[in-house]
Design a protein around this ligand. Sequence first.
Ligand SMILES: Nc1ncnc2c1ncn2[C@@H]1O[C@H](COP(=O)(O)OP(=O)(O)O)[C@@H](O)[C@H]1O
Ligand SMILES: CC(=O)N[C@@H](CCC(=O)OP(=O)(O)O)C(=O)O
Length: 288
Amino acid sequence: MPNQKQPNQAAEVLIQALPYIKQYSGKTIVIKYGGNAMIDETLKAAVMQDIILMRYVGINAILVHGGGPEISDAMQRMGKEPAFVGGLRVTDAETMEIVEMVLTGKTNKNIVAHLNKQGGQAVGLSGKDGNLIVAERETTKGDIGFVGRVVKINPELLHTLSAAGYIPVISSVAIGAEGESYNVNADTVAGELAAALSASKLIVMTDVEGIYQDFADKDSLISQMTVKDARQLITDGVVDKGMIPKIESCVAAIAGGVERAHIIDGRLPHALLIEVFTDQGIGTMIRR
Ligand SMILES: Nc1ncnc2c1ncn2[C@@H]1O[C@H](COP(=O)(O)OP(=O)(O)O)[C@@H](O)[C@H]1O
Ligand SMILES: CC(=O)N[C@@H](CCC(=O)OP(=O)(O)O)C(=O)O
């Protein structure tokens, strides 16, 4: 399709981006990618382009991906019924194998291939590589098997890859003290990594515009709030389901020193570029 912008308009767009390029070049931005934007191929291509552009202007872009629906599909094909306790997948030994095959084997490599096809230099990792994400068994929700609680992040490998211009793509499979695998929620991993890397931003992409004060009222989108407000939303039961781990990961990131966390709509093409490089605030921003 021909570019419908007049040349001066195109120049304006680039000039508007300049202060943001200056602000974030050389800084780290952690992106959690999942949900709808992952299933739709056109949206997926747009997300990859945004990340490649971020990398080319010198931003250390780190991508953490989910893949919950794909894991559930694979389980069902293998005759296993997915079950969740408090939003976490009950993960017996066989399910852990499926999680690792799908997330680290398939989804991770698929994203890496997409990024590389479009001109990026992506490297796929799980939390096992370089002992990146060390976990122990999550025990606060009863026995839910090999679900992990993050105990340590070793981000050195990510610094090395970013410094060399690579885009690390990370699946949320962690390693235990005995080398065993743990299944960790991908939102949680993104928040922990953002804190460990002292990222400038954590951006969580999802399948709604952002956080609503009242989920039934689409005019009640919260454009920004403090960590205290965010915690209150969970206490008051305003957010539930998949939104709770997202808010918790934003809160953990900010408590760990990240400046800002954003929950944005992955269904909007180029939502990442709009968030990082324009004056337009989209989604919900959480700050100290
Ligand atoms: N107050 C709220 N505002 C926005 N979304 C909410 C709220 N409370 C619950 N949600 C739910 O959280 C979901 C996002 O979490 P999830 O389905 O896990 O997303 P993803 O697949 O992107 O990880 C939304 O689709 C929505 O149904
Ligand atoms: C413990 C736990 O629940 N792990 C998640 C890991 C994947 C994930 O978080 O994917 P989304 O971001 O697409 O939801 C799971 O098994 O589904």
